[in-house]
Design a protein around this ligand. Structure first.
Ligand code: SAM
Length: 312
């Protein structure tokens, strides 16, 4: 499946961009360099865009952890080499259970890196000392890394059960730049199934948006990453379409913001700090980039109702 391979390669791009921005001091992540060795220079607007993406997602993680009182679970869909679990552990903030899902070829590489670094292994919460490994999977007390294809619901159900997911606990789903690679009908099936299974949940999705030019054409050329088809783009060209995707698939409520709004909502002191890291001659470049991405959320139940990008 050539297209699947191209999709899996997008994890390299995301991880390398994060590694580079961390190296320059945009945000702190002592773990990303354990998954990605080195990376080429990226443009300042890309680094700032990644900063907004990581901080925007963190905003919702913090809200979720507070509202679920440490008793919730996070399920990271298409997690790639995301280091969120270790960052939360380091901050003394981890949820009751943390599950990462991606194609087996990606989880195999992630398993390899985890096994290789004692620092990562030591931080897995293992009350009974047991960590179970296979080539593609890893199961510890409150961390599970599982290989699966998000388009196959029956398999996903089995994998979540193996990962000791409790369907009744408050649950946050994270899909950071993932659903765009899953076709519209598979995304609908996934969202519908999750809505039916998890009655007290929050779904946070970082996605491409506003992809139509003034002639109504979808601007795919600049977004085709390594030649792979961006399956979801045509269905989610606006914030309203992003929200509709939740409500049409049985999520009770939804909201969405462009990354321009997310960036502007970040604390002034933090923005001012990162804006001094590198010169950005044309600020317009950043605005244009941020306009094409968004964070969309959907919720079920009362706990996560009406969550917004407001700080605090
Ligand atoms: N979420 C990570 C991040 O932001 O750093 C990785 C983002 S990367 C752009 C997209 C990820 O989604 C890849 O790791 C890819 O393998 C995964 N993915 C895409 N479609 C998938 C599917 N059908 N099943 C499982 N994983 C999928």
């Amino acid at each position: 499946m050539a297209d699947d391979e191209a999709i899996q390669a997008t994890n390299d791009d995301a991880s390398e961009c994060k590694r580079y921005a961390v190296q320059l001091g945009y945000w702190c992540d002592p773990f990303i360099s354990l998954f990605v060795k080195q990376t080429a220079r990226k443009a300042p607007e890309i680094n700032r865009g990644y900063y907004a993406r990581v901080k925007g997602i963190e905003l919702f993680i913090d809200k979720f952890l507070k509202l679920s009182g440490g008793k919730g679970q996070i399920i990271n869909l298409g997690s790639g080499f995301d280091t969120l679990y270790w960052r939360l552990r380091e901050a003394g903030n981890s949820p009751a259970n943390f599950v990462e899902l991606d194609f087996p070829s990606i989880t195999a590489k992630k398993c390899y890196h985890i096994k290789k670094h004692k620092q990562l292994i030591d931080m897995l919460n293992t009350e009974d000392g047991e960590i179970r490994f296979s080539t593609t999977e890893l199961h510890a007390a409150n961390y599970h890394l599982v290989g699966t294809d998000l388009r196959h619901i029956a398999e996903l159900n089995n994998k979540l059960t193996q990962a000791e997911v409790n369907f009744n606990l408050p649950t946050m789903f994270l899909a950071e730049c993932v659903l765009v690679y899953v076709d519209a009908s598979a995304t609908s099936s996934l969202l519908k199934w999750l809505a039916g299974k998890f009655s007290n949940s929050l779904f946070v999705s970082y996605e491409q948006v506003n992809m139509k030019d003034k002639f109504g054409q979808v601007m795919l050329s600049n977004l085709r990453s390594r030649g792979c088809l961006l399956a979801g783009v045509e269905d989610c060209e606006s914030l309203e379409a992003q929200q509709r995707r939740f409500t049409m698939n049985n999520w009770e409520g939804t909201n969405a913001w462009t990354m321009v709004e997310v960036y502007d909502s970040l604390p002034v002191m933090d923005r001012s700090r990162i804006e001094h890291i590198e010169m950005l001659d044309e600020r317009e470049l950043l605005t244009q980039l941020l306009q094409h991405y968004c964070i969309a959320v959907g919720w079920n139940g009362q706990t996560f109702k009406n969550l917004s990008i407001a700080q605090g």
